[in-house]
Ligand binder design. Structure first.
Ligand SMILES: Cc1cc2nc3c(=O)[nH]c(=O)nc-3n(C[C@H](O)[C@H](O)[C@H](O)COP(=O)(O)O)c2cc1C
Length: 360
């Protein structure tokens, strides 16, 4: 009965929301979900899907990507959709409004979005207050970034401030150096930038680990618009630094993937179906360069179970969705979990000599 009510509500809400301005639809959709999620049936997850990864146990490989719930305001409602992990943020030390609206655009015919949000968020302290009241039992990732008015030369101070604040609340921390909507941020993906930012974070983590007797994995989230040489150099740097994992990929600055469906003069980051092949090419090269033991969270253009399986097959250990979930809601989560249970995760990982239950 609960399942039928929930699916009826979802089926009637999605077409209505799709007529609203995309950012308003996102906010109203989440507010509705928060109100109604106690009605949602518990999502059944077969135990065989569990994936141990960077010292944590994920109930299954599928999570929600960063940016969907930037402030932790909807964590319990999103958790009820069946995700094994939710990556909150990106948060910055101080609250900031982000770029002027409109800043999120639908290209429904291509199952895509273009956004230039610019890290709009209520600040890290707000996120922490929300986490303190949450009952979500899954894995909580927290994505951290820098304020728009912090000079790129001093960016490490913002990242370190965020790490200090979230340390006891995060299961893992994602270092976002790949958003296309904060000026010069992606420069931090070059070797000097990574060494400066990630190096400072690793030093601070060593101190925090001693103080709190707790090890929080650090992951770096990268852009899909890196050429093969840049990726090779980045993989070498990340290995040398010793990060626990990589999240690939953020949105793409190559809007030509949309062809004539998008005016040349409008900028932003592209997500959804058109970036899937770009994203899995990055994952496949990273997997080859990083070797089998550094986990990759694969994200980008997963809008069906087949896309999720292809991302795992390319070398990802876990996967995340954003745009596919924005368009399809919980139906996509169910579809992916069913496919993984039927045939997906074990073969995809076994191909690389890994078994979901036996990995470190
Ligand atoms: C509106 C919007 C906001 C986003 N905000 C963030 C963010 O704050 N931090 C981040 O790391 N990624 C952010 N992303 C990128 C997503 O987490 C994801 O990497 C990207 O959309 C590709 O996945 P998809 O094709 O499934 O959407 C955002 C994406 C969208 C569409």
């Amino acid at each position: 009965m609960r399942r039928r009510v929930a699916s009826l509500l979802a089926r009637s809400a999605l077409p209505l929301l799709s007529r609203l301005d995309p950012e308003r639809a996102h906010d109203w959709g989440l507010a509705g979900l928060r109100l109604l999620h106690p009605l949602w049936p518990v999502v059944d997850v077969p135990g065989a899907l569990a994936v141990p990864c960077f010292g944590l146990k994920f109930a299954h490989p599928l999570g929600l990507a960063a940016g969907f719930d930037k402030n932790g305001d909807y964590l319990d409602a999103l958790g009820a959709m069946g995700f094994s992990h939710v990556e909150l943020g990106t948060v910055t030390p101080r609250p900031q409004p982000g770029n002027p609206k409109p800043r999120m655009f639908r290209i429904a015919a291509r199952a895509a979005l273009v956004n230039r949000m610019g890290f709009n968020n209520k600040g890290v302290d707000h996120l922490l207050a929300r986490l303190a009241t949450s009952r979500f039992r899954g894995i909580r990732g927290i994505s951290i970034g820098k304020n728009a008015d912090t000079a790129i030369e001093h960016a490490e101070a913002d990242y370190v401030t965020c790490l200090r604040k979230v340390y006891t609340q995060a299961d893992y921390v994602a270092v976002n150096v790949s958003s296309p909507n904060t000026a010069r941020l992606r420069e931090l993906q070059a070797r000097e930038g990574l060494e400066r930012i990630v190096g400072a974070l690793l030093e601070e983590r060593a101190r925090l680990k001693m103080r709190h007797v707790r090890h929080v994995p650090l992951l770096v989230k990268i852009a899909p618009n890196l050429d093969t040489e840049q990726l090779t150099s980045m993989a070498a740097t990340l290995r040398a630094l010793g990060v626990e994992g990589v999240i690939a990929t953020n949105t793409s600055t190559d809007l030509s993937l949309l062809g004539s469906a998008w005016p040349e003069t409008q900028r932003g980051g592209l997500s959804g179906a058109p970036i899937h092949s770009l994203s899995i090419a990055v994952i496949a090269q990273l997997r080859a360069e990083l070797g089998p033991h550094i986990p990759i969270i694969g994200v980008g253009g997963i809008v069906s179970a087949d896309h999720a399986l292809a991302t795992l097959q390319a070398g990802a250990t876990l996967v995340q969705v954003y745009t596919g979930f924005a368009y399809q809601g919980q139906r996509l989560v169910q579809e992916i979990l069913t496919a993984l249970a039927l045939n997906g995760v074990a073969p995809a990982l076994a191909d690389r000599g890994l078994r979901p239950e036996k990995r470190r």
